[in-house]
Each structure stands twice: as C-alpha cells, then as structure tokens.
Design a protein around this ligand. Structure first.
Ligand code: AMP
Length: 220
C-alpha cells in the first residue's frame, strides 16, 4: 500500500505513521526525521535545512523534494510506504506525483488527520525529549510525565524541548500549516485520494478509524 499522512504539526502523524508502518509493513518516510538527522550529522543538506527547522519554517521545496526524490531514485527505493510530513505544499505534491509516475507507482490514499489548533498548542508545548542519541525517549507534561521533572526515566539525562516546540514557534508552524494546507488538501481531493480522519482521542482509537477508512479502499 502507498499512503501519505498529512495534518498539522502535533496531530499525531508520526505516531500513526509508525503504527501503519509496523502493522502493514510499510516503509516510513518522515522528512522531519530525515532533516533532523542531517542537521545532527551536519551534512550539506543539514546545513541548508537547519535555519528553517529551528525556527519552524518550511524548508524550501527544492531542498526537500531532492531529499525525497533521491530515495525514490535509489536501487532500494520504497514501493510500499507511508509518507509522514511530505508533501506539505502543492509544488511538493506535484514533484512527488511526477516521481511516483516515473517509478510506475500509484498512491492508494492521502489520510488527513484533523485536529483543532488549541489542542495542538497544548500537545506540542508539553513535549520533552531525551537528547541522548542512544535513548531518545519522549515525554509529555500532561500525557506521559517523567518520574522526576526534567529527567529521563530510562537513562537519567536532562530532558530538552525541541527548538520548534517552543510556544512562539508553535504558533508560527500553525500559521504556516494553514497557509498551505487548503491548497494541498484540494490537490488530493481533486485526485479522489483524500481520506479525512478526526485526530482526537486515544492513539488506538484514531488508528482504528484510519484502518476502517483504509479497509474501504481498493488496494493496488
Ligand atoms: P515535522 O517533524 O514533520 O514536524 O517537521 C519538522 C520541521 O522540518 C518542519 O517544521 C520544517 O521545518 C521541516 N520539514 C519537514 N518536512 C518538510 C516538508 N515536507 N517541507 C518543508 N519543510 C519540512
């Protein structure tokens, strides 16, 4: 199956994409994860992307398109996949359409996780991560607090907040999302691929709604 998952930052895209990947055997491609890793490794791509990612702005289309295109040109290119956080703009969607067409691959659906803005601000503002690369545990002040405030339960490292999860950056990310997503959603609605799923409630309940919608699709 070939899917795209779109939704505002903090809508649970990453969590649902991981579940779909594990349970349906799909390759999980998250442009956010790829870019963060490139920044950590200080690669040429990372150097270009860093000023955008740290301030919550979209990385320019040509950079992120090349990040994705290079993976679809590689000999081990994904054939069954879940895209997480890409495409985010119509030019990215058009570039991805062309890449898939050239590879002879069709999309099965585009899942749109809908979550209200005030819920997003509360979810993202409470996220804390363990910066130890061997651990990487994640916490949330409301939903999954660490046993000791600010300290990782697993390895004892001081927890950190992603630069782009700070309140002023969250507001900017939401504005950016709303500026682009209407057109993106329309692009896939016109293509008959859009599947809207409410992203509120617990993780398994949302996953169940996604599976139900996918069950109604004809798979290729
Ligand atoms: P995410 O983990 O998907 O929330 O992405 C984190 C950050 O990476 C975003 O705020 C952008 O700066 C950058 N990013 C990820 N995917 C894209 C994309 N498709 N287009 C532009 N920027 C992106």
């Amino acid at each position: 199956m070939r899917l795209i998952l779109i939704g505002p930052p903090g809508s649970g895209k990453g969590t649902q994409a991981k579940l779909l990947s594990q349970r349906r055997g799909l390759r999980h491609l998250s442009t956010g994860d790829i870019l963060r890793e490139s920044i950590l490794r200080d690669t040429a791509e990372g150097k270009l992307a860093a000023p955008y990612v740290s301030t919550g702005r979209l990385v320019p289309d040509d950079i992120v398109n090349e990040t994705v295109n290079s993976r679809f040109r590689a000999p081990d290119r994904p054939t069954c996949f879940i895209m997480d956080g890409y495409p985010r703009t119509v030019p990215q969607a058009q570039s991805f359409d062309a890449v898939l067409h050239a590879a002879g691959l069709n999309l099965d659906g585009v899942i749109f996780l809908k979550v209200p803005d005030d819920e997003i601000v509360s979810r993202l503002g409470g996220r804390w991560n363990c910066p130890n690369p061997k651990c990487g545990a994640t916490y949330h002040t409301h939903f999954k607090p660490p046993k000791r405030i600010g300290i990782c339960d697993t390895c004892g490292t001081r927890l950190m907040q992603r630069d782009d999860d700070r309140p002023e950056t969250i507001k900017k990310r939401l504005q950016i999302f709303h500026g682009f997503y209407d057109d993106l959603v329309e692009h896939y609605r016109k293509g008959g691929l859009l599947i809207e799923v409410p992203g509120m409630g617990d993780i398994e309940a949302i996953y169940g709604k996604i599976e139900k919608a996918l069950g109604a699709l004809k798979t290729k």
